[in-house]
Design a protein around this ligand. Sequence first.
Ligand code: AVJ
Ligand code: FE
Length: 415
Amino acid sequence: MRTARMRSDEIFGLLLPEALYERPIAERHRLIFYLGHLETFEWNLICGGVFDMKSLNPEFDRLFAFGIDPTNGNLPTDEAADWPRESEIRNYNRRVRSAVDSCIDQTADERLLHVAIEHRLMHVETLAYLLHGLPYSMKKASVAEEEVVARPFIPRQAMVSEGTATLGLERSSGDFGWDNEFDSHQVHVPAFAIDVYKVTNGQFLEFVRAGGYEERSFWTESSWEWITASEMRYPKFWKPVADGWRCRTMFADVEFKPFWPVYVSHAEAEAYCKWKGRTMPTEAQYHRAAFGIPDGFERLFPWGNMPPQNQHGNFDFQRWDPAPVNAYPAGDSAFGIADLFGNGWEWTSTVFAPFRGFQPFPFYPGYSADFFDGNHYVIKGGSPRTSALLLRRSFRSWFQPRYPHIYASFRSVQS
Ligand code: AVJ
Ligand code: FE
């Protein structure tokens, strides 16, 4: 919890004070909401939820309780002035933190502590992508990041032999997992070919140049509606300039990075695959490619059973931005596939749905169940801003298909 708080303090520390009341992504709350949300969530879950402690601020306990998911175009209509002052929230946060600390040792159900910590860490990533799109002038001076130079490579596909993928987490393991990670089960996966590297900016540029955003047949009906209405013509993380493109990183616009993974929405990734005559991997294909080995056994991590270390991938806050797709060979899976954990989440073609045996947490019933609506897709892996704590095989995240703001990459498969 101490480390997680350090991470969330760090990200709020990047903002100049006036930026706190901005709403950089229309479908999400203003940044100020998240300043209260992390502590309120923990208060409601533990101090209020388990210990029935007397509220420090009943209004805040409600105001900051839940984030929003963009549903049927209903965007928040609030104004900056509707929100409490920063100092009031920071004051409340200080008191909540010490209340949470006083409860931690006495909380019998350890899952609540995992939920609190992982919830905070997930929002540290949410905050990173929310801040990403802000004008650079709203952020404090950046930390200079060492460039990872790309070694030459040739994009290719690898064969993944037929086999079994274990999805989910065994209840009897006693390991923590969110409600959507249970039950564990096996899926038979026929042989397929998959991109060894994530699709790069350079490859995606070929799609853009080929008129991919103007060709109706690459898009589903709702995606086509979306790109025409929003006039999307290129990935959100790119910036058009007179002689080509630049990349929008956390702290600056930089030269185009052809060997970085492209970050795009599910809809754009799907259109690219359609153009290539391929598909996106299913959740089970991702598992087989990442954790399978040719003769049948499975690993805990793509690289083996060793816990994550920096050389295994671009995750756990090592960097703010991507690295070339072949920068972490120590992280390759048994099939020789690169970057399956880190350097960008990976879109799958699997609609987010419960596994057989799913049971919502009684203390947080809506965490997953609110999103079993057929309009969210599973993402796997992790990004540069994903804590190593979340890098477990069974961890699943999900987003709507036309949400271009997250650190999500993809690769294509051929069945
Ligand atoms: C699991 C990352 C999709 O950000 O909407 C945070 C995590 N849920 N607070 C999200 C979450 C409630 C969730 N994701
Ligand atoms: Fe939340």
